[in-house]
Design a protein around this ligand. Structure first.
Ligand SMILES: NC(=O)c1ccc[n+]([C@@H]2O[C@H](COP(=O)([O-])OP(=O)(O)OC[C@H]3O[C@@H](n4cnc5c(N)ncnc54)[C@H](O)[C@@H]3O)[C@@H](O)[C@H]2O)c1
Length: 360
């Protein structure tokens, strides 16, 4: 446990998303510092270090992950790596006694997720699932209002996540299914699966249709995923996830419909972050801004707190594991043309270490 000094973090993977992490860590400079920037590209590591320096710190740079792992000064790693490296890097870090923040998706499959969770538990370190959207103010507020009964019993959920993927993002590992684990659903849509689970509960069955429009993003990776979801409590939900549209920026629309009202995240665009609809009443704006970016700050704040023993994780690896299970169930459904029943979520930290895969 680290308590009397700042948590020393190694940023591992200094690519596209690392700037958001640097910005969020900068908000907690009293409690944590990025002490090392690690990337196989020295230019990227140096660029990240220069960004961190704007927060007043002076991280060293390295191209070697083993160098990070063997540094006794480093308390934690922040893994912003390609998807196929999440599990091996997280397991090695846990075995080296480092706390781990790992970007989404947690791993390529459920077995890898279980191995990561087991490694963290055995080492007694924190493993945080790097999913910022569940930590966004609008989503946390919506979850609290649903729990308080603001919309009554949930009857269904509907979500749209539609944007234009920058082609340069997919020139390397993202365009390779063996390294990315899938197409848009595994990369982008998985954020909203997490939100749909946070707001609606556990998902027990999935039906999916996929479409492929943009070969430049990957020869065999879907660009559109349409999902019908069945929840444990009996209600159903839908997800439209596509990174081949130019209609709007990457800001999700999520509605939860109940028998006493409904809630919509970003119902009518900017200014309507979270809106409550009650029968016979004008729509009530609960939060004006959707502010998804605040999710990174809360996520990283909770990681620092958990690693220093002063607070709970807002995004657990068990949630990351369940999201991966739903995505893989959707891929199986699209392949077979059938509804896929997901096993009851088995939590490896609750005595069951056997990987539960999807089954028809
Ligand atoms: N880009 C986004 O908009 C975005 C948004 C949310 C989440 N994410 C997640 O963040 C993670 C990284 O995505 P990205 O878009 O930043 O990818 P990226 O390809 O831009 O960056 C990955 C970096 O990892 C480095 N790297 C590869 N192997 C390495 C190794 N062995 N040691 C050290 N560095 C290594 C690469 O050189 C590269 O700089 C993924 O899990 C992704 O799903 C990305």
């Amino acid at each position: 446990m680290v308590s009397s000094r700042r948590l020393k973090v190694a940023l591992v993977g200094c690519g596209d998303i690392s700037g958001r992490h640097i910005g969020a860590f900068g908000r907690y400079s009293h409690a944590a510092t990025i002490a090392v920037c690690c990337d196989t590209s020295i230019e990227r590591a140096q660029h990240a270090a220069a960004e961190v320096a704007k927060n007043g710190d002076a991280p060293r740079v390295t191209q070697s992950y083993q160098d990070v792992l063997s540094d006794p000064e480093i308390d934690a790693v922040d893994l912003c790596l390609p998807h196929h490296l999440h599990a091996p890097a997280a397991i090695q870090a846990a075995q080296a006694g480092k706390h781990v923040l790992c970007e989404k998706p947690l791993a390529l499959n459920v077995e890898e997720c279980d191995a990561m969770i087991a490694a963290a538990e055995q080492a007694g370190v924190v493993l945080c699932h790097g999913e910022p959207m569940r930590c966004a103010g609008v989503v946390m507020r919506a979850a609290a209002m649903i729990a308080e009964g603001a919309i009554g019993r949930i009857m269904g959920l509907q979500a749209t996540f539609a944007y234009w993927q920058r082609p340069e993002l997919n020139t390397g590992w993202r365009g390779n299914r063996h390294e990315s684990g899938g197409g848009h659903l595994m990369d982008g849509g998985i954020h909203i699966i997490d939100v749909l689970r946070q707001l609606g509960g556990e998902i027990v069955a999935v039906q999916a249709m996929l479409a492929h429009y943009r070969p430049e993003l990957g020869a065999d990776s879907e660009d559109l995923a349409l999902l019908n979801l069945r929840y444990a409590e009996g209600h159903c939900g839908q997800l439209f996830a596509c990174h081949a549209t130019k209609s709007r920026a990457a800001s999700p629309l999520v509605s939860v419909f109940g028998d006493a009202g409904s809630l919509s995240v970003e119902a009518f665009g900017p200014g309507n972050g979270l809106v409550l609809f009650k029968p016979g009443e004008a729509p009530q704006i609960q939060e004006p801004d959707h502010a998804w970016v605040d999710g990174y700050e809360r996520l990283i704040g909770s990681f620092i707190e958990a690693a220093t023993g002063s607070g709970p994780l807002l995004a657990t690896p068990q949630d990351g594991r369940e999201n991966v299970r739903v995505v893989l169930g959707a891929y199986r459904s699209a392949e077979t043309g059938t509804e896929i029943t997901l096993d009851t979520p088995s939590r490896p930290n609750q005595g069951d270490l056997s990987p539960s895969d999807v089954q028809e």
